[in-house]
Design a protein around this ligand. Structure first.
Ligand code: HDD
Length: 728
């Protein structure tokens, strides 16, 4: 986590945006024509009680603008949130690329990043089980470069022509617009069960990766294989990764559904608050580089977006850092109007022939035309590049630029043939001269037909708890599917990933595992083709497991920006409370005191302690851990407060770190923990229960605050789920 060494708003793009900012403080209210308004309370009428007059231009202007202030939401990724920041490379990557922003460690390139869910509408919950978008716009000195990725490294489909089908299947069903922001319905699983190429992505989408604890705690991936090209014109293949400094962490599904009701803006709020408090989110940029000569040396095709390159085969080199240090000033102007496009390139970076990427290159500009309404969307402040734009494109709706030259064509002699083309040496973009010698065909490469091996690799690489979560997720999602034939077909696909997985899901669904999956498995076959040619094949991936695929192996040594709930009431021992709070704050965590009522509570020594939240508005699911300090009266009040007991039960169910001191332990005992640790009073050896930290001040020494902090840093004790089923 960055220390707050950057003054807010200190980058070239943010300075550029300043020119467009308006703030009415100390100003008169005006119309859009700059006319001062004298009465903003009453429309113009024929008499006090009379009809309103059409001539009331002030009323008309205000209502008209209001009537038109919505724009279409994004066709996908409608729900999102964004922030400004900067990117800096650690060392020059000139060996691989001539992109200037990747060549000079002293350059801080301004960025705007937007995170999103895919399926839901603009107002849907942040905690939908879904893929997260991770889009980065780099405002480089050579123009805008956009890396428009996701928090999962593969995709559902291999060819962009299937994208509208995929999205129609996952979006709310067309006849009744149900369900919102959820893939748990018939049309999605109908499509998926007929499209085995989606199986690898389904493993990711049904894993905890689809339920991030925070947007700051998820990875990002460029997904496709791209190219880097150096000054000598030599190219390598590259996969882009974003590795979060705080590690990759998730919430439990039960928790996600509750957060969706208690705080549907949970991720948006978390990002906003972290940046406001100076806990700047950070990711390292990682690259996997493959030389051209090695293109065909993998058991999968580098152009197939349903495949990863396992880190065991090609390690991820960490080459730079992304830091988000400024919230937007206006959501609509920045986060909503920002327009990303994988085709926004700078010299030194280029595409490959990945057929999913190729189709994306059309879609993104096209969609902005209907969403933002004009081919001049690049002139919207957030979308403007740092280099000024000079070309012969003219006019169109809402044109801002006043082109003053007489000529708007090229070549011309009247204007000295300006603006002129740039040579490659002058920074002109030149497409990588890839050799292509082929027939024009509508086809899928045979090298794309292994749909299951990497799905199995992913599943095998998960911890036991992660595997259970995948079983639960699939059981939930397919449990919401009405048609049994879809469930059976889907379980048939799962048999190709892992037989235990298929058996467990089938058991939960109350169906038999089909002896043979339905044949043909792939129904995405051209009309005149032989379906046999399109059926999945298996290729030995020569790798049993990949450690990078399991979140269990992530960063677990920090509690920076984690939210800790301290449950207390009148009669709390202020020393206990203060010591723990001090220790937590020193580690960069956020501690909030939660009490039966808002206002202040009294400590045993008479201290007046400010309450942050009452149980009425607080909920365990937005916290990472719970601590109950000592104090007989405080403990008694909490034991008599059902919301306090429920708070602990839920935190226990969601496998969080729970700490208590002195009489605070009695409060834990009054909760479901008391059932699991049925000893009176809880004794020292019960502390072995992972993630439950009990502090007996008069007991043996040791630094219990530190122990609690270490437990919080583990994020979750998922093994607890195997031992205890908490009815909370
Ligand atoms: Fe896409 C938005 C990521 C495949 C068509 N996409 C969009 C956004 C992200 C992605 C993060 C949100 C951008 C923002 O924040 O404004 N999309 C991906 C990834 C894909 C992918 C990682 C596969 C690897 N997308 C994809 C395909 C197509 C599209 C195959 C169409 C053929 N995507 C769009 C779009 C969107 C979009 C319709 C909607 C809003 C927008 O572009 O600006 O054009």
């Amino acid at each position: 986590m960055a220390q707050n060494d950057e003054p807010k708003g200190s980058n070239q793009k943010l300075e550029d945006l300043d020119a467009f900012k308006e703030n009415g403080t100390n100003e008169f209210l005006t119309t859009n024509q700059g006319l001062k308004v004298n009465d903003n309370q009453n429309s113009l009428k024929a008499g006090e009680r009379g009809a309103t007059l059409l001539e009331d231009f002030i009323l008309r202007e205000k209502i008209t603008h209001f009537d038109h202030e919505r724009i279409p939401e994004r066709i996908v990724h409608a729900r999102g949130t964004g922030a400004h920041g900067y990117f800096q490379v650690y060392e020059s990557l000139s060996k691989y690329t001539k992109a200037k922003f990747l060549n000079d460690p002293s350059i801080k390139t301004p960025v705007f990043v937007r995170f999103s869910t895919v399926a839901g509408s603009r107002g849907s919950s942040d905690l939908a089980r879904d893929v997260r978008g991770f889009s980065v716009k780099f405002y480089t000195q050579e123009g805008n470069y956009d890396l428009v990725g996701n928090n999962m490294p593969v995709f559902f489909i291999q060819d962009a022509i299937k994208f509208p089908d995929l999205i129609h299947a996952v979006k709310p069903e067309p006849h009744n617009e149900i369900p919102q922001a959820a893939s748990a319905h018939d049309t999605f699983w109908d499509f998926i069960s007929l499209m085995p190429e989606s199986t690898h992505m389904i493993m990711w989408a049904m894993s905890d990766r689809a339920l991030p604890r925070s947007l700051r705690m998820m990875e990002g991936f460029g997904v496709h294989t791209f190219r880097l090209i150096n000054e000598s014109g030599e190219a390598v293949f590259v996969k882009f990764h974003w590795k979060p400094i705080l590690g990759v962490h998730s919430v439990a599904w039960d928790e996600a559904t509750k957060i969706s009701g208690k705080d549907p803006d949970f991720h948006r709020r978390d990002l906003w608050e972290a940046i406001e408090s100076g806990a700047y989110p950070e990711w390292e940029l990682g690259i996997q580089v493959v030389e051209e000569k090695d293109e065909h040396n993998f058991p999968f095709d580098l152009l197939d977006p349903t495949k990863i390159i396992p880190e065991e085969l090609v390690p991820v080199q960490r080459v730079g850092k992304l830091t988000l240090h400024q919230n937007p000033a206006n959501f609509f102007a920045e986060t909503e109007q920002v327009a990303f496009h994988p085709g926004h390139l700078v010299p030194g970076i280029d595409f490959t022939n990945d057929p999913l990427l190729q189709g994306r290159l059309f879609s993104y500009t096209d969609t902005q035309l209907s969403r933002l309404g004009s081919p001049n969307f690049h002139e919207i402040p957030i979308n403007r590049s740092i280099p000024t734009v000079h070309n012969n494109q003219r006019d169109g709706h809402m044109r801002q630029l006043i082109n003053t030259n007489q000529t708007s064509y090229e070549p011309n002699s009247i204007g000295g043939n300006f603006p002129k083309q740039a040579t490659v040496a002058e920074g002109g973009f030149s497409t990588y001269a890839e050799r292509i010698d082929a027939r024009k065909v509508r086809a899928r490469s045979k090298s794309f037909t292994d749909h299951f091996s990497q799905a199995t690799l992913f599943f095998n690489s998960q911890s036991e708890a992660e595997k259970n979560h995948i079983v639960d997720a699939l059981s939930f999602e397919l449990g919401k599917v009405d048609r049994e034939e879809i469930r059976v077909r889907m379980v048939g696909i799962l048999t190709q990933v892992d037989s235990t997985l298929a058996a467990k899901v089938a058991d939960n669904l109350g169906i038999e595992v089909p002896a043979e999956p339905e044949k043909p498995m792939n129904h995405s076959v051209p009309a005149d083709a032989n379906p046999e040619d399109y059926q999945p094949t298996k290729v030995d991936q020569k790798l049993e497991k990949s450690t990078a695929l399991s979140m269990a192996n992530t960063v677990k040594n920090t509690i920076k920006s984690r939210q800790i709930a301290i449950l207390a009431a009148d009669g709390v021992e202020e020393a206990a409370l203060n010591e723990m709070t001090k220790a937590l704050l020193a580690e960069g965590a956020v501690a909030k005191i939660i009490s039966p009522k808002l206002g202040y509570i009294k400590g045993t020594k008479g201290a007046k302690i400010k309450v942050d939240m009452a149980f009425l508005t607080a909920t365990s699911v937005v916290f990472d851990a719970v601590y109950v300090p000592s104090g007989p009266e405080s403990a008694k009040a909490l034991i008599n407060e059902p919301d306090a007991i429920h708070f602990i039960n839920e935190a226990y169910r969601h496998c969080k770190a729970i700490g208590a001191e002195g009489e605070g332990i009695d409060v834990l005992k009054a909760s479901y923990l008391g059932k699991d640790f049925a000893v009176t009073p809880l004794e020292m050896d019960q502390q072995t229960a992972e993630g439950i930290i009990l502090i007996f001040r008069d007991g043996e020494g040791g630094n219990k605050e530190k122990e609690f902090i270490n437990a919080v840093a583990q994020h979750r004790f998922w093994e607890r789920e195997l031992k205890s089923k908490v009815p909370a």
